[in-house]
Design a protein around this ligand. Structure first.
Ligand code: BG6
Length: 505
């Protein structure tokens, strides 16, 4: 067996091997919000780490600007993303690779110029890696795909792929139409539907923890697990994204995608091998097993809320309805609590309680696996009840895994006491780990589709939330909660009526 140091060294050698091959990336919405805040800063970090070197990026979109102006903007975006990561010399080399085509995505004539630009950047090598990134509102997806297809820049173009951001449709019908449109132009393995949660280091650890150890997997089922909790709580509001959020709400923004993918990871069966399709299929099997709620019992299982004004970090913050560009009488939910069941052999009758929301008390992302009580209350416990065992995956703010179990409290009496056995990333790994977007982009460059959603997966996720959206559109049953709180009281009632409590807060 290797010593710990030897294992560490060999892992370092293994992860250092990646170098991207040349690529051209066309970013539709090249100067939009996502490009400014995530995409371009992430590309800069990858360049700084020498993970990408030979590439050209073409920003496509409005407003009109020339390459020089685009490059100046890029500098500002990177600085405001992470000032301490900015290095003038590195930046100079990085930004030389950026070009801009001021164009309206709806204007057919701009695609002729796009073809010319791509040819120029690829130096007429028509097999270089070509990545289209749709960083635009979904309303533009169809027109872009149609135009790329008309110019033979999709399936017929060797080494072309398309990255599609969420929201992928707004219900199963629209997601299906969009899938059809994409699949007319591209093959499924050229389509990369992003869910950045799957790119998070600690989220991937759920998979490694389960299938890299013999210890836990035998317990990972309805015989030993009492329930699962998933919390994606944020203290931020909707920032400047009213138009998007009014349409998506917490359901389209977090529940339909991030939360569902987390459930899939926790509940999936071991795949036949480590191939992308095997892993994706197992995730999707879980999504297809989640029982969609019936109209008559939606509100026994779901609580929707909207934030009212309140205090966060000592500062007064607005009610949702006072946010810029939100209607005063908006009923858009910003909070979701729900109970789902994965209706399969492994998980029958094990509730998955999930919570997500904006403007909550604090930002935490956690998955907690709660085990059943020991079969006999054998131990004398005078002052307190025994706690059940749990495994907590903390994704934010800490990156750690905690196993909770009971020991004897020191002294003459027999009193059980819960303690934690903890693995914390920062204590074990002194290495910098990639941000979710870094990982996801590199995977797309490597043509590794494992962490991306498949056509049927996206539709399965919509099938779960569609009945909730429909019921809500009809009766708008929503509870207000104070910004800075833990959400509406009804969310507490939802779990407490099952004699359980939310973990975390
Ligand atoms: C995005 C949502 O997908 O995820 C945002 O659109 C949300 O509303 C964000 O704030 C949360 O991601 P993370 O990585 O910060 O937990």
């Amino acid at each position: 067996m290797d010593t710990k140091e030897e294992s560490f060294e060999s892992c370092m050698r293994a992860i250092d091997t990646f170098k991207s091959s040349d690529f051209i990336m066309v970013i539709f919405g090249g100067s939009g919000d996502l490009s400014q805040k995530k995409l371009i800063p992430t590309l800069y970090l990858l360049f700084k780490k020498k993970l990408i070197s030979d590439f050209s990026i073409l920003g496509f979109g409005l407003p009109e600007m020339d390459d020089r102006e685009y490059r100046e903007n890029i500098k500002k975006w990177i600085i405001s993303f992470k000032k301490e990561a900015f290095d003038e010399k590195v930046f100079e080399k990085f930004v030389k690779n950026f070009y801009y085509q001021g164009a309206d995505a709806k204007d057919e004539s701009s695609y002729k110029k796009l073809c010319q630009n791509i040819s120029k950047l690829s130096k007429n090598k028509d097999d270089c890696n070509l990545i289209y990134y749709l960083a635009v509102p979904p309303i533009f997806f169809p027109v872009i795909v149609d135009n790329l297809s008309n110019k033979n820049l999709c399936r017929d173009r060797k080494n072309a792929k398309i990255i599609v951001e969420k929201p992928f449709g707004h219900d199963v019908k629209t997601a299906h139409t969009l899938n059809k449109k994409l699949l007319k132009a591209f093959n499924e393995n050229q389509i990369y539907r992003i869910d950045h949660y799957l790119g998070k280091e600690t989220v991937q650890n759920v998979f490694f923890f389960r299938f890299g150890n013999a210890l836990f997997e035998p317990l990972w089922n309805r015989n030993f697990i009492d329930h699962v909790q998933i919390t994606v709580a944020e203290d931020i509001g909707i920032e400047n994204r009213a138009a998007f959020y009014e349409e998506a709400s917490v359901i389209g923004d977090i529940v339909q995608n991030h939360i569902m993918q987390l459930i899939a990871l926790v509940a999936m069966e071991p795949p036949a091998n480590f191939e992308a399709e095997s892993i994706r299929s197992e995730r999707i099997k879980v999504l297809k097993s989640i029982k969609p709620l019936k109209t008559e019992n939606i509100y026994d299982n779901i609580v929707l809320g909207q934030y009212d004004k309140g205090m966060i970090d000592g500062e007064e913050v607005n009610a949702y309805t006072d946010e810029k560009n939100v209607k005063k009488d908006s009923k858009t939910p910003t909070f979701f609590a729900g109970k789902f069941f994965v209706d399969n052999w492994r998980w029958a009758n094990v509730p998955f309680y999930v919570r997500a929301g904006k403007r909550l008390k604090k930002r935490i992302t956690e998955i907690c696996i709660n085990f059943k009580y020991p079969p006999l209350r054998l131990l004398g416990h005078k002052c307190r009840d025994i706690e059940s065992n749990s495994i907590m995956f903390s994704i934010f703010p800490k990156q750690k895994i905690e196993l909770r179990f009971n020991v004897k409290f020191p002294g003459m009496e027999n009193v059980p006491y819960p303690v934690d056995m903890m693995f914390d990333y920062k204590d074990v790994f002194k290495v910098d780990y990639p941000l979710a977007y870094e990982r996801i982009l590199i995977d797309a460059m490597k043509s590794d589709i494992t962490l991306f959603a498949r056509e049927d997966g996206i539709e399965a996720m919509w099938n779960i939330v569609d009945p909730i959206k429909k019921a809500f559109e009809k009766d708008k049953k929503i509870f207000k909660y104070k910004a800075g709180s833990t959400g509406p009281k009804e969310a507490k009632d939802l779990i407490e009526k099952d004699k359980r409590n939310w973990m975390g807060f």
